[in-house]
Ligand binder design. Structure first.
Ligand code: ADP
Ligand code: MG
Length: 698
């Protein structure tokens, strides 16, 4: 068998199993070896029957003395067996697994793992894992049907019992037991084919286990320590591959994407900055400097500007557009929704018109064609992604700004950079309010240069945040009612996250509807409530937002996926239901919808959870107002692999390694940097780079 063979060439893997494996992206023998256990069950303690303790996790080995199938009165089937270890006997029970009677008939030597239970004075094992062994006395030589790979020579020769037993990420129809048996079957036949692509000196330097050994130990470790060192090595490969790929991309970008270098006229630049109604924050100044420096280069800029909602990214982008314009180039600004595009258009018009720049808004695909010709005379064109997909006829496009970059795919971003004029690429500035922990930035966005706005403009009033326990719900409602009634302030109520999905599901829409009706009828009968969810489209949605903005709605009930990214300066209360279901970064984003004006704003987090960990997590929102800090706390407390994991933050997920592992990420980074410039010397690395890919968010 070869590593590249399809899984269907493995005995007992028919089309059905091949199909199920494909669903978890396992198509070849090699993929199967890289299907790594998520945890291990410790059945390594093999105990004589006489010493069994109730509650203990053990393995017993011996011979089946008798085994039979019994029908209960309710016509269920029970299988009972007597197992002898040569000195004592124990009764074993299974439920509804009649095939066991044939699988391990009387006389068979077996190894069984499970938790000891006690009925009266009798100890038993209920539904243990089991496997045949050849002979109790033979077990030391490990002579069962299973793997004895050279490095695993201490293995007791069992795979389902009597050791640390691997538990795989299970999908329906692919049990860990089945995966173990198939992996243990192919592992010894192909393991010698595995070539370690990482150069010896790197392995040595960072104390990494050889690849072959790592794969064996990840599946069948002798100890948890074994498993850890194995996973560390495999995790390293993943991180190294991703980072190397980024470095290569970055290098290619620098070599291939030639742009028009802009002249930065410091006099005019200062003129623009002085014309603003406020002075820039330190981090706005720093980011602007980094961007202007990029714009002056012959290599196209490829920079990510990261900053919390309200940190003032737009004005930084405006300065870049201004610079392009005084160099005679057009800028395109792309926003993910119509609402945001319109908002940008208004802001940029206000900022740029005083300098005699012309700003256009391209609102819908249908109007593109008719607007096409006249667009040539605009300095800045704002629109949704239709802007670039449909190929707006720019005369001299020099700069592309993309807001909320995670909403656009890699392909859309690539498309953009091809929009330049006369063989020149436009400079690209992407912006995001998604806080990116440092480890994620290094791994996932390493091909971009990064600028961060890590402070809010002065004079903002700190948003007060409270985690509200169930018993205070009524008084919280009363408080909201009083706030909204006595002042002209408004509130958002965000419904809980029902399903993890970018698109709104019917389930979430219904629950928002129910919540809206309940609130309007029972809680706030004398207030005006509005409802907004993802199934409400276009005109109607804009009307609702416009009403909210004009103050005709007191409380807007919304689903989590709905874009409320519009400035409503009178909105001072953000109430979030089922807060525990959100990531901290997401809660922080939602919170950013209030506190836009100069009034004291509030964020109320409702949760029925009593888990101390959940409460600790939510409480961190009371303390911190920094998106990045919260994202890092979240990563630390929940870990990225949780159900409501990193996907909802909008950044990709890792398969084996973890964004929590700062040390390994740094090691992988320095290793990738060490080889990036001399790839020809290490042809084996191609495979790693080609394989490098994240699990896409949603
Ligand atoms: P972001 O896009 O980063 O969420 P915006 O660019 O929309 O933030 O800015 C939020 C608000 O802050 C806007 O009303 C903007 O005019 C204002 N603003 C931006 N920079 C400053 C500053 N340095 N001082 C005071 N207000 C600012
Ligand atoms: Mg913005």
């Amino acid at each position: 068998m070869n590593l590249t063979d399809p899984v269907s060439s493995i005995p007992l893997v028919g089309p059905g199993y091949a199909f199920k494996l494909k669903k978890v992206e396992v198509e070849t023998v090699k993929d199967l070896l890289y299907h790594i256990p998520t945890r291990y069950q410790d059945f390594s303690s093999i105990s004589p029957i006489s010493l069994l303790q109730p509650g203990e996790k053990v393995t017993i080995q011996g011979q089946i003395i008798s085994i039979k199938n019994i029908f209960t009165r309710s016509r269920k089937q029970i299988q009972t067996a007597i197992l002898s270890d040569g000195q004592d006997q124990i009764e074993i029970t299974w439920f509804n697994q009649p095939y066991i009677v044939r699988a391990i008939p009387e006389g068979t030597y077996v190894s069984m793992s499970g938790t000891v239970s006690q009925y009266g004075r009798k100890k038993t094992l209920v539904a243990p894992q089991y496997e045949k062994i050849h002979d109790v006395t033979a077990k030391q030589q490990g002579s069962s049907e299973v793997l004895i790979a050279s490095e695993a020579k201490h293995s007791r020769g069992t795979i389902h019992t009597g050791r640390l037993v691997p538990v795989y990420p299970e999908t329906s129809g692919l049990s860990s037991k089945w995966l173990r048996s198939r992996i243990s079957h192919v592992l010894p036949t192909v393991i010698d084919e595995i070539k370690d692509p990482i150069p010896e000196n790197i392995l040595k330097k960072h104390n990494l286990l050889p690849l072959k050994e790592s794969i064996i130990k990840a599946h069948f470790p002798e100890s948890l320590e074994d498993a850890q060192t194995a996973k560390r090595r495999l995790g390293f490969d993943e991180l190294f591959g991703l980072q190397l790929k980024n470095l290569i991309r970055k290098k290619e970008w620098k070599e291939k994407k030639l742009a028009h270098p802009f002249t930065v006229d410091s006099h005019k630049t200062l003129g623009f900055i002085n014309s603003l109604p406020f002075s820039l924050t330190d981090s706005q100044n720093k980011a602007s400097g980094e961007i202007l420096k990029d714009l002056g280069k012959v290599e196209a800029m490829n920079r990510l500007l990261e900053g919390d909602v309200g940190s003032g990214k737009t004005v930084v982008a405006a300065l870049a557009c201004f610079t392009a314009a005084i160099n005679g180039f057009q800028s395109a600004i792309m926003a993910p929704t119509q609402i945001l595009a319109t908002q940008h258009f208004n802001t940029l018009s206000a900022l740029l018109k005083p300098h005699n720049l012309k700003v256009a808004l391209v609102t819908s695909e249908s109007r593109l064609a008719s607007q096409g010709l006249s667009l040539r005379s605009y300095d800045v064109v704002v629109g949704t992604h239709a802007l670039v997909q449909k190929g707006v006829p720019f005369e001299k496009l020099g700069l592309v700004v993309i807001d909320e970059q995670h909403r656009f795919g890699v392909r859309q971003r690539a498309l953009l950079s091809e929009q330049g004029t006369k063989g020149h690429a436009p400079h690209i500035l992407t912006m995001t309010a998604t806080p990116i922990p440092r480890t994620v930035a290094l791994t996932a966005f390493g091909d971009l240069d990064l600028s961060t706005l890590d402070e809010l403009p002065k004079g903002r009033v700190r948003i007060k945040t409270w985690v509200v326990p169930p018993q205070k719900r009524d008084s919280a409602y009363r408080w909201i009612k009083k706030q909204v009634k006595n002042t002209d302030q408004q509130a958002f109520i965000v419904c809980p996250l029902i399903e993890q999905s970018e698109k709104e599901t019917m389930k979430s829409v219904k629950s928002a509807q129910v919540e809206f009706e309940k609130l309007q009828k029972n809680i706030f009968p004398d207030l005006k409530l509005g409802l907004l969810h993802g199934r409400i489209k276009g005109k109607e949605k804009e009307q609702i937002m416009a009403k909210m903005k004009k103050g005709e709605i007191d409380i807007l009930v919304a689903t989590p996926v709905v874009e409320v990214g519009i400035d409503v300066s009178n909105a001072t209360i953000m109430m979030i239901e089922g807060a525990e279901r959100f990531g901290l970064a997401q809660l922080h984003q939602l919170r950013g919808r209030v506190g836009r004006g100069d009034k004291q704003s509030y964020c109320l987090l409702f949760s029925d959870s009593r888990s101390p960990l959940v409460l600790r997590r939510l409480k961190s929102l009371e303390r911190s107002l920094s998106g990045r800090e919260l994202a890092e706390i979240d990563l630390e407390i929940r870990g990225p692999g949780e159900i409501y994991g990193t996907a909802q933050h909008g950044y990709p997920e890792l398969k084996i390694a973890s964004f929590n592992d700062f040390e390994l990420i740094k090691i992988a980074h320095s290793a990738a940097e060490a080889v990036a410039d001399k790839l020809v010397e290490y042809p084996g690395l191609d495979a790693i780079v080609n394989k490098a890919d994240f699990i896409a968010p949603n």
